[in-house]
Design a protein around this ligand. Sequence first.
Ligand SMILES: *Cc1c(COP(=O)(O)O)cnc(C)c1O
Length: 798
Amino acid sequence: MSISHTNEMALFDNNVQKYCRFFELASPQQFTLEQWYQVIARTVLEMAYHKPQGKVDEQRHINYLSMEFLIGRLTGNNLMNLGYYEDIKAYLAQYQVELVDVLEQERDPALGNGGLGRLAACFLDSMATLGQAATGYGLHYQYGLFKQAFQDGKQVESGDEWGRNQYPWHRYNPSKTQQVHFGGKVVAIEGDRYEWQPKLTIEGKAFDLPIVGYQNDVIQPLRLWQADSPQSFDLNQFNEGKFVAAEKTLIKSTALTQVLYPNDNHRVGQQLRLMQQYFHCACSVADILSRHLAQGFSLEEFPKRQVIQLNDTHPTLAIPELMRILLDEHQLTWQQAWSICQQSFAYTNHTLLPEALEQWDQRLFKQLLPRHFKIVEKINHLFHQQVKAQFGDDAKVWEKLAILFDYRVRMANLCVVSCFAVNGVAQIHSDLLVSQLFPEYHQLFPTKFCNVTNGITPRRWIQQANPALSQLLDQTVKGDWKKDLELLHQVENVVDDVNFREAYWHIKQQNKAALAREIEQTLSLSVNPDAIFDVQIKRFHEYKRQHLNLLNIIATYQWLKDNPNKDYTPRLFVFSGKAAPGYYLAKNIIHAINNVAEIINNDKQMKDKLQVAFLPDYRVSLAEKIIPAADISEQISMAGKEASGTGNMKLALNGALTLGTLDGANVEIAEMVGQEHIFLFGHTVESIQTLLAEGYSPKTYYRNDPVLKNAVDFLAKGKASKGDKTTFNLMLDSLLEHDPFLVFADFESYRQAQERIGQAYLDRDAWLRSAILNTARLGKFSSDRSIRDYQSRIWLKK
Ligand SMILES: *Cc1c(COP(=O)(O)O)cnc(C)c1O
């Protein structure tokens, strides 16, 4: 036990003994692992607030609004950040209890879908670590993202009741309760003044999770709102049954925050989702304002003291909500209110995919939020004047820029018009944002747009996920690389050091062995630990092209069957990821991968040569197990479609070599690690334009490439579906008829890259060198750097 923690550990022991009596046990020896987990979390939470709090910079308070926070397990992370990890590990040893086993008891709070929610979690960690005053605002869903299992190869979903009421890290904060109103009507009182007479009121209760900075004693809240009024409401009370099927209209108010919508990069469009969004925004804005006013500041000082950062358009309603409060409750003039809003909100765009850009039905919006609709109408009207002044009365231009158009409310446009900053999440994405999605906006507001490349927190993604590598880096790097990831550059000095190389290689092999055990346990599949571990872990989406990976696996299988004696570097292909329950094509791809895996894994000729492991229920804690074991990181989206990606960063930092297209942050990863240490393939944004202009025909590729044809036919002829030729029609028809994400166009190039990988792995020294240099050169992708960029380019920009 470290000397400095003697007092705290005495307190810890005291609490353990207290809980022991509380549970009527003779000794802590009798605690179950679950009890240990609860006792440790509750005790450490108290200890954390016992200490004097670390200093934060309050120049401007960052209010990070996000419908999703994919925080993952908190216990291990908080122990490390608070500096108690080793002490508690040693304490438990006296009872023959392993801390890692205790930590496994925690269920991931899966309050997010994927990258967007995980980014929010990494950012909170970094803001606390950098001492940037911040509060995260989200929703306290009863059910997190669904649990995924496979039945006959198909994804089946079940509810993730993650136990929010027993979660030891949160505390209910009744002093922060808010009232949120819906529906009703707006009456004009005098002049420009209106009064909203709502029809329904729902209570929002605050549940705070502590976000702990890395060894700086800063703790900031992630405030999650939970709908908790006893009464029920009729969804049709807003719209006379026009939007919702009649039998499902009577809803308990608590249902509002019951489920996280399981869509990723796809808009939802349901009334309940719009209600969730407003509920989130109304609670958060009220809370921000009351904190600001309680500190003794005036409304005019709001923009100077506060930033409301919108994580995608999901919290856009915070803009008209703040307008409403300033106009109706504080009687500010439109000019005053608009000026405050325009200086306070900033918007992060996460996608160029048209199917993901949020738009709401105007009637639905108006019935649910009549006062907000009036405000949006006025913003839209005033903006129209501005557009006419700049572009003349051009209907074509207005069609693109309008906030209200064709009976829809376009949330991204509302954001760009209202916010003082708009950022993309990787350089290529920010460039495309300006050139493709918002060129006219860029002409109107050239200084609003900027880039902040995403990042990941090294505390979770090395220190916690890969403790062995973390220790090696501690021994190798001068200074604390966990606080300044650029220090990893020092690793370049030891890339030729035999001891370091051996240690690095050994850690990777150990991590692979550990993953092999995990695979054995979950899938009863015994894998070759010496194979290349080729990993694609992420949400299932056509643009991410898991089916490109699959077609190569099938083609490889066919080649190995035809050439049993030829050299082939053994591969283990690892997949993990969920598809939205209503995204049938993505689920079809999952089904195909599972069925192909079954055939390959049961083919004795393939043993230790070619294997496929699809681990179900991808989530943060599973990512932490897969990533340290990866040799290859598949980042194979169609160029121009992946805004940034963060999985690519986690994997490369842990020494996996990227197999990727020039898309999202892959571009910057390639710049940092150097072309010799990454496997790039496929069409670029530019060459895609040419290809599409010439007229893309996937069938031509299918006819002209026998390898591709055989792989496709394997599925089409029912060889992976017990002879049924229709099982994979959804995927195959899409590929053969349209192939909107150019899988066939990139197939050949992808095959060649895989060939290069097989060759490269044979030269162990060169491979190891590349892996080490990936770790050494990835410092840029710390989320600490992202947050510093937000500070200098957006929040604190001079
Ligand atoms: C990092 C992460 C993601 C994002 O992965 P991408 O490859 O960037 O899409 C999604 N889910 C989880 C659980 C993650 O940890």
